[in-house]
Design a protein around this ligand. Structure first.
Ligand code: ATR
Length: 265
């Protein structure tokens, strides 16, 4: 039996175990997926290697610290964070499937980002992955953040991007094709990072928040006729990309999605 894991703190309510195990079950793979709350990222990687774990996901607060204990690929290096460790080679390698998760979320909804103008709100950990994904897919990204300095810092790393303060968002949205929320605003609360009257029907609105699935932002977007991509998709497709890296198989996306959605509201 193969053992996969997740390190982070807290991880008690993580939906990754049921999502990945639904994938193993659908493909008849004899494997389990377990969660750990270690003290130290480096010790956890060493322990996972010593115990011959098949793969490890990494979440808050270890995504950055793990970089120093694995061989990061180019994407993980650019984003500055690892969420997936592969133990197949001589040394553990580090990957960032959040980036692929964003790209595949848009592709799954038939949204072509090539030449699109995107407004992204938020410049934290999730925001870095989302900005690189949008830019890699061919979008021009305007990053806005409550702390404007962080928006400028992130934009400086992302090809073609620029940084803004939140007050610029309504004006930027008037000419935009895509709005991405990479803040935590809307998580377990009835609040939106964007005034509802700044939204319009030609937007595709992507929210990284998945609890609840229908955030205030997505409700407002729906009301003006915009298309929406909820946070369950990024969560699903980052897991799908990790699953495919580890197993070498096409992930059973529908089974993994069903396992996830049955546990989200
Ligand atoms: P994550 O890893 O989930 O991205 P993070 O790195 O703490 O978490 O980033 C949280 C993001 O949400 C940041 O962009 C933060 O803005 P600041 O950089 O100004 O802190 C944003 N955020 C959190 N609460 C917010 C609020 N009430 N209004 C606007 N932005 C908020």
């Amino acid at each position: 039996m193969d053992v996969y894991g997740l390190i982070g703190n807290p991880v008690g309510h993580s939906l990754s175990p049921p999502m990945h195990e639904a994938g193993y079950d659908a493909l008849g793979i004899d494997a389990r997926y377990v969660t750990f709350e270690p003290e130290d990222a480096g010790e956890a990687i060493d322990a996972a290697a010593a115990l011959d774990l098949a793969g490890l996901n990494v979440t808050i607060p270890f995504k950055r610290a793990v970089l120093d204990h694995v061989e990061p690929d180019a994407t993980a290096e650019r984003v500055g964070a690892v969420n997936t460790v592969d133990f197949a080679g001589e040394r553990p390698t580090g990957h960032n499937t959040d980036v692929a998760g964003v790209r595949r979320s848009f592709a799954h909804h038939d949204v072509d980002l090539e030449g699109a103008t995107a407004v992204q709100i938020g410049a934290g950990g999730a925001g870095r992955a989302i900005a690189f994904a949008l830019a890699d897919a061919g979008a021009t990204v305007h990053v806005a953040n409550r702390t404007a300095l962080k928006a400028h810092d992130l934009a400086a790393d992302v090809p073609g991007a620029d940084g803004h303060e939140l007050d610029d968002v309504p004006k930027l949205l008037a000419d935009a094709d895509v709005l991405a929320n990479a803040t935590s605003v809307g998580m377990e609360e009835d609040a939106s990072p964007v005034p509802a009257d700044a939204l319009h029907g030609d937007l595709v609105v992507f929210d990284a928040v998945y609890s609840p699935l229908e955030t205030t932002l997505l409700g407002d977007a729906d009301a003006v006729g915009a298309r929406t991509i909820d946070g369950g998709w990024m969560l699903l497709f980052q897991g799908v990309a990790a699953f495919e890296r580890w197993t070498g198989e096409d992930a059973p996306v529908d089974a993994m999605n069903a396992a996830l959605r049955s546990r989200l509201e």
